[in-house]
Ligand binder design. Sequence first.
Ligand SMILES: [Zn+2]
Ligand SMILES: [Zn+2]
Length: 355
Amino acid sequence: MARTTLSFYRYVHLADPLLLRNSLFTTWEAMGVLGRIYLAKEGVNAQLSVPTNMFQAFRDAVDVQAEFNGVPFKIAVEEEGTSFSKLIIKVRPKIVADGLADEAYDTTNVGEHLDATTFNRRIEEGALVIDMRNNYECMIGHFEGAYLPKADTFRGAIEEVKEVMTLRQRQGEGLPEVLLYCTGGIRCEKASAYLRHHGFSNVGQLHGGIIDYARQIKAEGLTSKYKGQNFVFDGRLAERITDDVVSTCTQCGTPNDRITNCKQHCCNLLLVQCDACATKYANCCSPGCREIHTLPEEVQKQWRKGRGSASAKSKAITDPEALRDLIRHEEELLSINGTLHPELTSISASTLPNS
Ligand SMILES: [Zn+2]
Ligand SMILES: [Zn+2]
């Protein structure tokens, strides 16, 4: 059966998210809707798939809900990698975790939404472009000349951007128009509302984010001012927008944009790694991780006991210099001691007789 994958979100006040959740679940489940939907007092954020023959019925069911009436659907172009196995509708404190108090600002007072053509033109007219993603998402691709936050959380990035804008405003010529962008547009809703609340009214945002920008660029034959790859939160980690390589290997510094996780299970750090370094470090971030990762699986399991695996949350290496120092230091220790993990001797001894 053909299915249509789509997403939508809206910042809108929901008086009783739980009540709404239960009624949506009943209606949508009957239509065969699958996906993950978050409801909060501040709005809705939905990723789902609908049997294609039910699409119009679903559209109507959404529109009948006053708070959701007319909400734009973003239809996924490709079906792969976006399949859902069940319908999950959750009530959460927030639809985007931002660490900011609800009362801090009005989330529906947002900036001007711009399409790709307008966004490009405003850049040419001298707007200040700001990336609202975390540092590790900006690494392998971003708009030319954009300000890239150093923070690794949305809360951090939003505060950092506010400070940068305040500083720019105080300097002689004042603040030009500010253009925000993120992956799918939802974080900019929040960021622009927050910045407007703090007196920055001249803020625009890329409608539909990088994902829809890439689609428009392709469909309309426009020049992409976004260079490199777009970081995505599924197994692929990245999708290519242009052939430009805007980053360097975290380990050796040569131009490269292959983003990957350290394969040592307890580490899992995100890094940019060239093929030569992947071979040299056995797909790991450091000699310390390599030593563990290249052990027999049974010994690795023993070693991992009590350590707990790395959280699914993305953590990235954002200080390549520090990593290179660590690598040099570890290689040195390794050549002197033959190991970076003295604790392994006891594990190997206890594991070997059984294997
Ligand atoms: Zn390298
Ligand atoms: Zn590692």
